[in-house]
Write a protein that binds this ligand. Sequence first.
Ligand code: GLY
Length: 373
Amino acid sequence: MDNKKITVSLKDKSYDIFIKGNILSQCGKYIKQLSIGKKILIVTQDKVPKKFINQTTKDLSKHGFNIFVLVLSSGEQNKNLTSLLTIISFAIKNKFERSDSFCALGGGVISDLTGFAASIYYRGINFICIPTTLLGMVDAAVGGKTAINIPDGKNLLGTFYQPKTILIDPNCLKTLPKKEFLVGMGEVLKYALLEKTARNPYSKSGFFYFLKTNKNNILKLKTKSLLQIITHSVSIKAYIVSKDERESGLRAILNLGHTFAHGIEQAYNYKKYTHGEAVSIGMCLASKLAQNHKLLSESLVTSIINLISSYSLPTKITELSKLNKITQSMLHDKKIKDGKLRFILPHKEIGKVKIISGIPIDEVKSLIKKEVT
Ligand code: GLY
């Protein structure tokens, strides 16, 4: 399998992302290149296969690092203050110093949580990320957004804190449950809808076409296809983050489908739809909204919806009992600016998006209603 290196360029905070088969059992040589202390705290979760933990710890120890492992319970509900304090107390008890490191080994929950802990422990300790889920690889680990959930809402407490490096092993996806894989595919499909606006220099365009024509190999988890979708998605995200680390402009386009998605996830208490499913529905609704505003033709909207559905992802909600809750939650989204809803909408062609604000909530409500009835 080819070895890929993608750089997130952020002056003195720049870092490399390495994508390579079996990188877990070779991680020591990559981490050794960083100027960091001897102690590494690997924070992981009970769902992560023991094999991944053993491969990582074995190779790091071989390279002279002193490894500590903390296994937390899986699940979004554990991305909370209690888990944060568990990490901090563990590090204090084991005398971690500022030159030492925290390493997240797991999915998006673990990287968000460990990244946040790293950013505040002694005002900032080194952070390393080894994502093991598709969502973690193509989205959560890249770009330095860290967060925990609090009773008032999801991801409301967090920081921007970039890792020192990210190591991605596509082989980790071969043992990932299908549902978890599809959560990540929701985000991968998103990149196909925004890559031209990102002006991704690595792309020869046509990620949408690639996802359409390589669907069978991707869903069969063929190594080459996995490497391609990860590399392409990470390149786009790295480019966007390099241009706009703190989401004061371009980075907002990564929220395509997410205003709808957060409303849907919250209205159904994060139970009925996974994040990837909600984002898929959100991207279809955003496409329909774009069509209503004459930003996108009906045939392109149909192409988008057909591709999403061909990956067994939902394209609309199935009933309206939570309609009011969905729109209320959308109005409380943290992406709201000057009290107005902002949408990222596909624009003119597949791969281009435009930010539109001020769409009345009643229009959004009618749109969702029309899709169901
Ligand atoms: N997940 C969206 C972002 O990192 O900006």
